[in-house]
Design a protein around this ligand. Structure first.
Ligand code: BV8
Length: 240
């Protein structure tokens, strides 16, 4: 990758790999979440209809894990970049995360979009309200807005439409640079973002522990832990 001059608008896609060094499990590693649970049993609307308690227990555990985790140097570096890239002076920046943890925000990043929802949010299927939620949903607590006992995890399951797609596509169309961090490129539409960015002329960079399913689409792939690669890249972008 040559000098980073000429870069104004940046889209960053993050996946479970950026939170691995914070102790949160990824999905597809040998000790991944999908080794203990079948996607069909815990991450689809059908699963929730079939066995809501199993699904609520799965997300109760994820919610507790998120609260116990701490941001790592990769999250901190992206927050530094967010602060050093003000819209007026440097350009646009959007962190599109597939992760349901709040580690980007706790590290200080502001421009974050959770396309697959958030562990610390509950969604009322009766009145559509969303509420910050840190405890269990297992006992079907009443919705703070409408009192119905219809709260579900505010998570985008397989077969459901991800959040913020219009905003994401608009950002990809304007991007000068697209950086993918810690994702296997296994799930769509996120896995297709690199192609979208590339078709609009963006430079594309992948920072990942190993080659992903989409590696061939990237101008450059740097392999290693996010806690090392991300601070390195951010230093290149903001000079030191
Ligand atoms: C939709 C929330 C349509 C849940 C998640 C056939 C072909 C194409 C598509 C489909 C198809 N059949 C079905 C589909 C659609 C489906 C899909 O893509 N399926 C796949 C399996 C083929 N997609 C959907 O259903 C999506 N919705 O398409 O809607 C639609 C259209 C119109 C109207 C209505 C609907 C919704 C998908 C969202 C599912 N929810 N997450 C939860 O968290 O519990 S998906 C989940 O897996 C993640 O959010 C993420 O998106 C995805 C991939 O996970 P990763 O983050 O990449 O993690 P993974 O473990 O896979 O990889 C980690 C990587 O990190 C590895 O590469 C590893 O090497 C690296 N790493 C590890 N440690 C480190 C590291 N890197 C750096 N440093 C480290 N230390």
């Amino acid at each position: 990758m040559g000098a980073m001059d000429g870069i104004r608008n940046i889209v960053i896609l993050t996946g479970a790999g950026i939170s691995a060094e914070s102790g949160l499990r990824t999905f597809r590693a040998e000790d991944g979440l999908w080794e203990d649970h079948r996607v069909e049993d815990v991450a689809t609307p059908q699963a929730f209809r079939r066995d809501p308690q199993l699904v609520q227990r799965f997300y109760d555990a994820r919610r507790a894990g998120v609260r116990a985790a701490r941001p790592n140097p990769a999250h901190a570096a992206l927050a530094r970049l967010d602060r050093a890239w003000p819209p007026g002076e440097r350009g646009e920046l959007l962190i599109v995360t597939q992760n349901i943890d709040d580690l980007h925000e706790r590290a200080g990043a502001a421009r974050v979009l959770h396309m697959h929802g958030e562990a610390l949010s509950a969604w009322c299927t009766a009145c559509d309200a969303r509420h910050g939620w840190t405890d269990t949903l297992l006992d079907s607590p009443p919705c703070p807005a409408c009192s119905a006992r219809s709260l579900r995890p505010d998570i985008v399951w397989f077969g459901e439409m991800p959040y913020g797609m219009d905003r994401i596509f608009a950002a990809l169309a304007r991007a000068d640079m697209f950086v993918s961090i810690g994702t296997s490129g296994a799930v769509y539409p996120a896995a297709g973002f690199v192609q979208q960015a590339k078709s609009h002329g963006a430079r594309t960079l992948e920072l990942n522990l190993e080659r992903s399913q989409g590696s061939a689409w990237f101008d450059e792939s740097r392999l290693g832990p996010a806690s090392e690669l991300v601070p390195e890249w951010v230093a290149e972008m903001i000079g030191g």
